[in-house]
Design a protein around this ligand. Structure first.
Ligand code: KG4
Ligand code: ZN
Length: 374
């Protein structure tokens, strides 16, 4: 019989509970999202999130155990997100995990939510370390190298908003529901379809909006999205009506996507060069195909996926983009990180403290900015 790990996620606005076998088989993967609770506020309200996690947690754990047809005594370990994230929510999942571990005398594994995002690619694909990662979510935007389990090198991070946050805030300005990322994508696709029907070049509007491409002139691998958001605000404010017409919204969403893609392409082109320079010998020696792993909720974006596909192909790299369901926050990624750590004997004491901030690369230079939560 294989080993089974129960994983619990509650660091933002998704309550996730999953059970995974050590060969990667997902026995159960339960998710309760809090879109409705946060929608009227246009963003995640920490207090409401923590309460909602508490309301869902027991139900999801029981449902996952039932679905997997396992008893707690059949589990090998309990893994829970212990940070980074909204501390109230993190505590709910972490304490539930610790309680089960204590009651059933099971090892407890404290999972870093970011590491779990980066390891998801190894659940869905065969990918050897080191690999280059682009982590783009509602709370984080980072370029990292996964050198080994528990060992990451940060190449760059956002100095202000995370990319998902930029999508969500821009969407909010345009009167779209939370979370705005998928709605922005839909608008851009509608615009493109309209152009195709009318025989127009969709890229013609890029010059019309002339959006900034923050920090792309700098050699570092850091991001900044607040200027892009402000530029979008100006365009939205310039529209002489309370409600943005559909065609304006579609154009703006498309222009926004094109700016984001340009920024990602520029930074990743440099990151790929750096990755090959620093890890080329290791990759060659171990005969590993260089890979770019994309993770986090924004990795669901079809424009970003297509751009990364082209970019990696041009650099003889493989793009690994896990299925959308596993890119955004979920319990399976925590259970899988638990399995990876359990296999290495990386278990924790029950007094492990939750960490609102928990950088994957403790040696990376500190960056001051609202969006830098790691
Ligand atoms: O990883 P995730 O589920 O939660 C965090 O850890 O933040 O990411 C959520 C973020 C939200 O900002 C959401 O708008 C964004 O991912 N997102 C998208 C798309 N789907 C989700 N952004 C752009 N395009 C999408 N299709
Ligand atoms: Zn996340």
């Amino acid at each position: 019989m294989g080993k089974y790990v129960l994983g619990i996620e509650s660091s933002c606005d998704d309550t996730g509970v999953a059970i995974i076998r050590d060969d990667g088989h997902i026995c159960a993967n339960m998710l309760a999202s809090q879109y409705v609770e946060h929608e009227e506020f246009g963003g995640v309200v920490p207090e409401i999130a923590a309460r909602a996690h508490l309301e869902q947690m027991d139900r999801l754990i029981i449902a996952a155990m039932k679905e997997a047809d396992l008893d707690f005594k059949d589990l090998s370990a309990i893994a829970a997100t212990c940070g980074p994230g909204l501390i109230g929510g993190v505590m709910v999942g972490m304490m539930a995990g610790k309680a089960i571990a204590a009651a059933h005398d099971l090892p407890f594994i404290a999972v870093n939510h970011l590491e779990a995002h980066l390891l998801t690619a190894r659940l869905t694909n065969t990918v050897e370390m080191p690999y280059l990662c682009l982590l783009v979510s509602g709370g984080h935007t980072q370029i990292l190298v996964a050198e080994d389990i528990d060992r990451y090198k940060r190449f760059g991070t956002t100095l202000d908003d995370a990319l998902g946050e930029a999508f969500d805030k821009t969407a909010k300005m345009m009167g779209l529901p939370y979370p705005g990322g998928p709605h922005m994508q839909k608008l851009a696709q509608d615009y493109q379809a309209r152009c195709a029907k009318n025989g127009q070049d969709p890229n013609a509007i890029i010059a019309k909006y002339d959006l900034p491409l923050p920090l792309t002139h700098q050699k570092n691998l850091d991001f900044s999205f607040s200027g892009l958001k402000t530029a979008m605000r100006k365009h939205i404010d310039a529209i002489d009506s309370d409600i943005i017409e559909q065609h304006d919204a579609e154009e703006l969403a498309y222009a926004f996507h094109q700016a984001v893609i340009k920024v990602l392409e520029k930074k990743l082109t440099r990151a790929i060069a750096m990755f090959k320079e620093s890890y080329g010998d290791t990759l060659d020696a171990q005969n590993i195909t260089p890979s770019l792993v994309v993770a986090g909720g924004v990795a669901a974006n079809s424009y970003i996926r297509a751009a990364l596909e082209d970019l990696t192909a041009a650099h003889n790299m493989t793009l690994i983009a896990p299925p959308v369901k596993l890119c955004s926050d979920n319990g399976a990624m925590i259970a899988w990180a638990g399995i990876e750590r359990f296999k290495r004997g990386l278990i924790n004491e029950l007094d492990f403290a939750a960490r609102p901030r928990w950088p994957l690369d403790p040696d990376a230079e500190k960056r001051i900015g609202a969006g830098v939560k790691a």
